[in-house]
Unconditional design. Structure first.
Length: 248
């Protein structure tokens, strides 16, 4: 990272510092609600801009969370993507990356519930993708709040599933609606029996806990066909759409 950039004022998820894009999630085996098939489903992505444009998105997001409480960043992202969602003229589902610690905040939960109420009235759908999980003294609060959000119709996803040592902790709490398989296990799933075994295992876990599975990083038809044959419900990647920048 550029040393001069690091000396600037605290980063924010606002228009001065970053833009947003959406990336399609595609139904391989369409679900009952139609999202990902006949109704659009997107993941919201942050893209650094201005003096930060040469940073990778992951470096930029890591820095956002390092420089100030995750809650403040997540509220900004929620507000910007929530406004975009409410401006759509047909039903859309949007997945918004969220730090698990934000789910322990009553302020954040109330803001999500308010967005969900407005979104549902227009047949939209909101999903929170938890991007990181570790040992937390507030785990009970996190689980309780996640259950409240799910009762209101908000989906809870675990992002990059399989890439973290603690990825099973939340699965055991009964709050997970979606498992997103990390791209590392998808690249050669159509020809590597070891990757196939891992994907099949995650899919079996998903069925066992009542969660649908999304495969990330699908770039070739052969991958999609292999995943479809294994019963994977959704996929995301350049095969279906490249990220599209938004004005939010």
């Amino acid at each position: 990272m550029d040393a001069q950039v690091l000396k600037t004022s605290s980063l924010q998820a606002t228009g001065e510092f970053c833009s947003f894009a959406v990336h399609q999630i595609h139904a391989l085996t369409p679900g009952q609600d139609g999202f990902g098939a006949d109704r659009p489903w997107y993941e919201a992505l942050i893209r650094p801009q201005g003096p930060h444009r040469h940073w990778s998105p992951s470096d930029f997001i890591d820095r956002l969370y390092l420089e100030r409480p995750a809650l403040e960043t997540d509220l900004e992202v929620l507000d910007r993507m929530g406004q975009w969602l409410l401006n759509q003229d047909r039903p859309v589902r949007v997945s918004i990356n969220t730090h698990p610690q934000s789910l322990t905040s009553r302020r954040f939960v109330d803001r999500v519930l308010a967005l969900q109420a407005r979104a549902q009235s227009a047949s939209h759908s909101v999903c929170l993708e938890l991007i990181e999980f570790g040992v937390s003294r507030e785990k009970q609060t996190l689980v309780r709040n996640a259950q409240e959000l799910r009762r209101a119709g908000v989906l809870i996803a675990l992002d990059d599933f399989g890439s973290r040592v603690n990825c099973f902790d939340l699965c055991a709490t009964g709050i997970v609606d979606l498992l997103k398989i990390h791209i590392n296990f998808i690249r050669n799933v159509h020809r590597d029996p070891h990757q196939r075994a891992i994907v099949e295992s995650i899919n079996t876990l998903g069925r066992g806990i009542g969660a649908s599975v999304i495969a990330e990083g699908v770039e070739h038809a052969e991958q999609a066909e292999a995943l479809r044959g294994m019963g994977i419900e959704y996929a995301q990647g350049f095969l279906f759409q490249k990220p599209q920048l938004l004005e939010v």
